[in-house]
Design a protein around this ligand. Structure first.
Ligand code: HEM
Length: 411
């Protein structure tokens, strides 16, 4: 088989051709440039996700640990107020994970989130649209896709609106450092931001300790409704996952949806004619362009996957971007198809099993409301000639950094 790298410029610009090559020629392949086994078939990814006792999540978020290779960042992190640092939730296994999962399901219960935040989503998206609709064009990421999930994150942390840019700046640096393929300066900045974020969370935790509040941080701090109270290090670590998880992938989802509306012939008309299809469009977009193209696991013992012997301690990349187009499960999977029945084989975009995304209900709801409002108020949504979209550029992320669109105002 020919040389293949997921780090090549072409694969980073659009990885799906490389994924198809991997799926058909070498679906369980060792990539020496990343020292990683890439699993590109649906069944193999599903198998690993469904067997958490054989595959640890302790490095589930990144293909390379950027902090470990950066002494200056480690020196900064040693000054943390929340030591010893702990692996929590998405990075934890077994009993620790179960404990954190119970706490987060309690603190982030979809029913309560939708009750508390849900009704304000519509009002907020309409405010964002008000700000640009008169101009006939906008930059859809900064003016639409970012503000909504960031408002949710601020609500979760009970942070004032003016803190949103700071929260977003921290999140961007944490997220970029996680990708593992960034300049050292970004990793050092992310370490400094970690200390600032910790202080922000721990001050709020201290103000809630022993109180009778029922907000997100009170629930983690004091243990409410049967969930255990967590310690400072656990809370800080979990909150950084909520900061990043709560906004970055939802931003990509919203951007990807707007891009589909702007570029897929007939999609806008089909959804306006039958708005009940909007959830199907969201689901198909989740399958077609997973915002997180992969999650990672490490083998706890020798394994044979797809006929390949993989030694214990090997890092696996679960290639969701490829699995979601696996021809064995998805007919014509390389195409966005509004009529596809995604309940037949559920895509892996939110993971599966013990670590499946706890924010998926709210992310789907945000996306449906955001698209509904756009279709209600704008039409003829299109890209802007001469001002092309810019991809996010973070390894493993499928989304946009910039997405200029033009539109007509609906009467
Ligand atoms: C389109 C948006 C989103 C995508 C694509 C996404 C994707 C994922 C994936 C793939 C996992 C599984 C990780 C694994 O198996 O290792 C996950 C877990 C998680 N997600 Fe999301 N997520 C999204 C939105 C959200 C939101 C809105 C929140 C919170 C408000 C959130 C919080 C979490 C948390 C806390 C976990 C860890 C669960 C655990 O380890 O038990 N996510 N997400």
């Amino acid at each position: 088989m020919t040389e293949i790298s997921l780090l090549s410029e072409a694969a980073r610009a659009c990885p799906y051709h490389t994924y198809r090559q991997l799926r058909t020629e070498d679906p369980v392949r060792f990539m020496p440039d990343q020292n990683i086994w890439v699993l590109s078939r649906y069944e193999d990814c599903d198998y690993v996700l469904s067997n958490p006792t054989r595959f640890t999540s302790r490095e589930s978020l990144s293909s390379a640990n950027a902090y470990r290779n950066c002494p200056a960042a480690l020196e900064t992190l040693a000054k943390s107020r929340a030591l010893p640092r702990q692996r929590t939730l998405i990075l934890a296994d077994g009993e620790a994970h179960q404990r954190h999962r119970k706490a987060i399901q309690n603190a982030l219960s979809p029913a309560r989130m939708l009750r508390e935040f849900g009704p304000s989503i519509e009002g907020r998206v309409n405010q964002f649209i008000d700000a640009f609709i008169g101009k006939g064009h906008c930059e859809a990421i900064s003016q639409y896709a970012i503000p909504l999930p960031m408002a949710l994150v601020a609500t979760i942390f009970d942070a004032p609106e003016e803190m949103i840019p700071t929260l977003k700046g921290w999140s961007d640096n944490f997220f970029a450092a996680l990708s593992g393929h960034v300049p050292e300066s970004v990793v050092i900045q992310a370490a400094e931001d970690t200390l600032a974020f910790e202080s922000f969370i721990l001050d709020r935790v201290a103000a809630r300790r022993g109180g009778d509040g029922t907000d997100f941080l009170s629930r983690l701090t004091n243990g409410v409704d049967g969930a255990e109270a967590l310690n400072d290090a656990e809370i800080v670590n979990i909150c950084s996952q909520i900061l990043v998880g709560g906004n970055e992938s939802t931003i990509s989802l919203l951007g990807n949806l707007i891009y589909q509306l702007a570029t897929q012939d007939g999609l806008e008309a089909a959804l306006r004619a039958d708005p009940d299809k909007i959830p199907a469009a969201v689901e198909e977009c989740l399958r077609f362009e997973p915002p997180l193209q992969a999650m990672y696991r490490i083998t706890l013992q020798d394994e044979v996957i797809g006929g390949k012997e993989i030694p214990a301690g090997s890092k696996l990349m679960l290639n969701f971007g490829s699995a979601n187009r696996d021809e064995k499960f998805y007919r014509d999977g390389e195409h966005f198809d509004l009529e596809r029945d995604n309940t037949e084989t559920l895509h892996l975009t939110f993971g599966r099993g013990r670590h499946a995304c706890v924010g998926q209900t709210i992310a789907r709801r945000e996306a449906v409301i955001a698209v509904t409002a756009l279709l209600d108020r704008l039409e003829n949504i299109r890209l802007v000639p001469g001002d092309p979209p810019g991809r996010a550029g973070i390894f493993g992320v499928r989304g946009f950094a910039r997405l200029p669109i033009a539109f007509d105002q609906r009467q």
